[in-house]
Design a protein around this ligand. Structure first.
Ligand code: SF4
Ligand code: SF4
Length: 423
């Protein structure tokens, strides 16, 4: 099996195809700390793409309550169990070596096995990746366990969360927003015996060719995130298409400029930012300091990939929730969790400004600039002095047009007396 470089793991790994990378990559950042689980994103996607017969249980975007919720049910717990068993059988440990961190290995080096390597170690000849196909019942309740928190000490013990300290909460839950990660090394693509799945060279979007697909469901079984879904009425699989007409600038609203997807732009909590990053021929990201996605992921390292240890190099990044016990978060987002939370809790002046760009415009922002403002607040956090400045962040589209201008402090607008009792 060819070796490819996975920058999230800081090492080469097995993958069924030779290394090939798009010129740009579809990337998104979700700030978990702000999500209110209103499901507006979920409905925006459903009402656009999956409202037809046979798509009733198909939710390309979903928001689930962790630790108990999941769509399909138990998707991550089941795969983690399989991966854990494969490690035990092989006498190996699923662990990270923090080692030396640099641009090629920002989270250190993952010493365990990915889903591709675990399938080989277990000699699963007919599978390219470790996986399973969910039952019909597991697809049936997309929002099961909504708002269910960990409760008793017994549950804490069963989750192995013995060493929690404040500010982590004793009883907790959080919302996890999910869609296809348009992975760098998609397991769905590598599993398809028909070669029906492809990754677009211009933007890294992963699509299923509906004419080639024969509904074997290998992608459903081997996508670790369970994002391809089978449609019984057409007997083929479907998945998130990243609203590619919008990415291509085909929506009239943005007049030819790339536009963010439906789920991103509908976000009420302003937790979502999506864009394109430039990729070098070797798969590393071209340095682009003023691209907000590049800044959040590569410079500030405040947003982290979901289950990077699976090995697909997912392109969805999450700002982890501050209140959740760290062992749970490290399992989900890797070893960068503590640094990311520390940086988010007492944000730098630049980070605070860039966070204001979330949902400031539907047009994709390719570059930002910050205009310094006055100091407006001062406090002490984690024993250190912290100041807030009312800076202005300006976002620019692909063609360089100004498309967003937001200040750190929200302007206060007082409704005039004559508008009392009116909406
Ligand atoms: S998340 Fe799953 S469906 Fe999407 S590209 Fe990755 S492996 Fe394929
Ligand atoms: S629209 Fe935004 S705030 Fe609402 S559930 Fe989706 S991600 Fe969360």
């Amino acid at each position: 099996m060819p070796k490819v470089h996975n920058w999230q793991l800081g090492r080469a790994m097995d993958y069924p195809y030779r290394e090939a990378h798009p010129q740009s990559q579809f990337v998104f950042v979700f700030n978990i700390n702000r999500c209110i689980a209103c499901q507006t994103c979920t409905m925006a996607c459903k009402s656009t793409w999956t409202f037809s017969k046979g798509q009733e249980y198909m939710w390309w975007n979903n928001v689930e309550t962790k630790p108990y919720g999941g769509y399909p049910q138990y998707w991550d717990a089941k795969l983690l169990d399989l991966l854990d068993a494969a490690h035990r059988e092989a006498g190996r440990v699923m662990e990270w070596d923090p080692g030396e961190k640099n641009a090629r290995q920002p989270y250190g080096v993952y010493r365990g096995m990915t889903i591709f390597e675990a399938a080989r170690a277990a000699d699963k000849r007919d599978e390219v990746a470790l996986g399973y196909e969910p039952t019909d019942q597991e697809w049936r309740a997309p929002n099961i366990h909504e708002d269910t928190a960990t409760g008793s000490q017994d549950q804490r013990a069963s989750l192995n969360l013995k060493a929690t300290v404040l500010p982590e909460h004793q009883t907790w839950f959080f919302y996890l927003q999910r869609l296809c990660n348009h992975c760098g090394y998609p397991a769905c693509l590598s599993a398809c015996p028909r070669g029906a799945i492809y990754k677009r060279p211009e933007d890294g979007i992963v699509l299923i060719d509906q004419k080639r697909c024969r509904g074997y469901r290998k992608c459903v079984a081997q996508c670790p995130y369970k994002k391809p879904m089978f449609r019984a009425t057409t007997r083929v699989s479907e998945k998130c298409i990243a609203c590619y007409p919008r990415i291509e600038g085909k929506d009239a609203l943005t007049k030819g400029e790339p536009m963010e997807t439906r789920c991103m732009t509908a976000c009420v909590g302003k937790i979502r930012l999506q864009g394109l990053v430039r990729v070098n021929p070797d798969g590393s990201w071209a340095e682009d300091r003023d691209n907000p996605l590049y800044y959040l992921i590569k410079v500030e390292k405040v947003a982290l990939p979901l289950y990077p240890q699976f090995g697909t190099e997912p392109n969805g990044y999450y700002i982890p929730p501050r209140w959740v016990p760290r062992p749970y978060l490290r399992q989900m987002f890797g070893p960068g969790v503590d640094e990311a939370i520390a940086r988010y809790t007492a944000p730098s002046r630049e980070l605070l400004a860039v966070l204001q760009l979330f949902r400031a415009t539907q047009t994709m922002v390719f570059r930002y600039k910050i205009v310094p403002g006055q100091k407006v607040f001062e406090t002490t956090t984690e024993g250190r002095k912290w100041s807030m400045y009312n800076d202005t962040v300006i976002g620019y589209s692909k063609s360089g047009k100004e498309v967003a201008r937001v200040t750190v402090e929200e302007p206060k607008i007082v409704r005039q007396d004559k508008h009392y009792n009116s909406i």
